[in-house]
Design a protein around this ligand. Structure first.
Ligand code: BG6
Length: 490
């Protein structure tokens, strides 16, 4: 059934995520008739607001994000507001009554989704209250959706998980990694498993290395307080970057269902070579942005940003070499790099194939270029295959050519936003594109070893890359030592 019925409670309903992503995404589902008329949303947040004020904020948020507003009044009428104190049982009791009433009046079959779009320190206490105050006693399904960060390290993630698991079972927990909702991240599997020309080559006999870059031009913005304790390793590598690597490296699942796919991803994470102690600088490089210019705008250094320590040791850039010690990938480096205030906003994956055994075209003006498969995640969506072909003319020279496929603009429709897809998946009960606890735990245990070293050694070179560049020199050296270089992403 395409048409979903549930009561959605959004904790943190006055926050940035709710306004920028969740409300517009729900509206698009509503517009496409993927949400039935039997749905209601309770916005939960601290500040006092009337239902009318809250509905107005819904309309504002939808208007700023979508072109079509035809059904905006009807949509907003499904929204209700509850001013909440997360530590007070009485407040949960009021919320429960409200939920029961809406459940009856909208005929929601007792289906409930609890979406925690707020600071992570409240995840545990809220989950405990939801259970002890009876909000999870439902006749339909109950699901918990949580945003990252899921803990700060393995220890805190375990603690959080234990609290959540008192109220929800693992298959009721939907841990968001919004990269898994991106169209082209989801396309990795199809490109790999639906094409006879790739799957046979997808291993250490034919691939020399894989490069995953996710660069941003934005700096830390107003998130200094969070970011100072997080840094790029926790903010991007522990989740998005490692998830992309898992999708690139996993074995073909027996079937395309949640359990099979997740278990293949988990196996990749188990095969990830741990990097620790002295070894770290051979595998990882960190960076912190200094002053610089992007689009003719001069920008301050990280250490000058608000809520940032003027002597901060926090990394805003990470480059790493991941080795997956299994039969398929032994010897193939997976290079990752991500950072803030870089030259361009772009996420791309480059798969570099090994050179052919002998070059017949060596006498030509240039050496043969290796074959590359580039998966463009954002802002462009598509794939490019780099090949060599004959240069037009009388000689037998080879020249590089590109085959291009752009995912966007084919039928004039924008591809759905990550959050739209993930919300829809959650309503249908499909957890495939959410992170399982085992994946979270294995990722933390990998990055914790790196944090342990970085936090205890001050990087005296910080700031070591200028805003508007592709990161510190050490990131290039990481590949140079293996005889490779970063393929340009711009
Ligand atoms: C978030 C990080 O998870 O991902 C942010 O917390 C980062 O720091 C963002 O900016 C990047 O997401 P996207 O979709 O813009 O690439």
């Amino acid at each position: 059934n395409d048409n979903q019925t549930a009561l959605i409670m959004i904790f943190g309903a006055t926050g940035d995520l709710a306004k920028r992503k969740l409300f517009p995404s729900l509206y698009r589902l509503f517009e496409k008739n993927k949400l039935s008329n039997k749905f209601a949303v309770i916005g939960v947040a601290r500040r006092p607001l009337t239902n009318e004020e809250f509905q107005q904020s819904i309309k504002d948020s939808v208007k700023s994000a979508s072109e079509n507003e035809d059904r905006i009044e009807e949509f907003a009428s499904h929204f209700y507001y509850h001013s909440h104190d997360v530590t007070d049982s009485d407040s949960y009791a009021t919320l429960k009554n409200m939920a029961n009433e809406l459940d009856n009046s909208y005929e929601l079959n007792g289906n409930r989704i609890f979406y925690l779009a707020m600071a992570p320190e409240f995840f545990g206490p809220i989950a405990l209250h939801l259970k002890s105050d009876g909000l999870t006693d439902v006749t339909g399904f109950k699901r918990l959706v949580i945003e990252k960060p899921f803990g700060h390290d393995l220890e805190s993630a375990k603690e959080l998980n234990n609290q959540i698991r008192t109220a929800f079972s693992e298959d009721e927990v939907y841990r968001i990694d919004h990269y898994l909702g991106k169209e082209m991240v989801q396309n990795i599997e199809v490109i790999r498993f639906a094409n006879a020309i790739f799957e046979p080559l997808w291993n250490n006999r034919f691939i020399s290395n894989i490069q995953v870059t996710s660069s941003e031009t934005l700096g830390v913005e107003e998130r200094g307080r969070y970011y100072e304790k997080s840094g790029a390793l926790r903010d991007m590598v522990q989740n998005h970057m490692i998830q992309m690597v898992a999708l690139l490296a996993m074995e073909p699942p027996i079937r395309l269902n949640t359990e099979e796919i997740r278990s293949e991803k988990v196996k990749v994470l188990r095969a990830l070579r741990p990097v620790e102690g002295e070894e770290i600088h051979k595998y990882f490089a960190r960076g912190q942005y200094g002053e610089g210019t992007i689009n003719n705008q001069s920008l301050p250094a990280y250490r000058q940003e608000t809520m940032v320590d003027p002597n901060s040791n926090t990394e805003t850039f990470v480059a790493g070499k991941l080795m997956i010690d299994n039969f398929r990938w032994a010897g193939v480096p997976f290079y990752i790099r991500t950072g803030k205030r870089m030259e361009t906003k772009s996420t791309k994956i480059v798969i570099q194939f090994k050179d052919i055994p002998m070059n017949l075209y060596y006498q030509t003006e240039q050496q043969l270029k290796p074959n590359l498969l580039v998966i463009h995640i954002q802002p462009e969506e598509g794939i490019t295959l780099h090949l060599n072909a004959k240069k037009a003319g009388t000689g037998m020279e080879a020249t590089p050519i590109k085959l291009n496929y752009a995912n966007k603009g084919i039928d004039g429709l924008n591809t759905p936003e990550a959050y739209e897809k993930l919300l829809y998946d959650c309503m249908r009960g499909d957890a495939t594109n959410f992170t399982h606890w085992d994946e979270v735990a294995l990722s933390w245990s990998f990055t914790d070893k790196i944090s342990a070293v970085w936090e205890n050694t001050k990087d005296k070179s910080f700031p070591n890359y200028a805003s508007g560049t592709m990161g510190p020199k050490a990131a290039d050296e990481l590949l140079e030592q293996d005889g490779f270089f970063w393929w340009p992403v711009t």
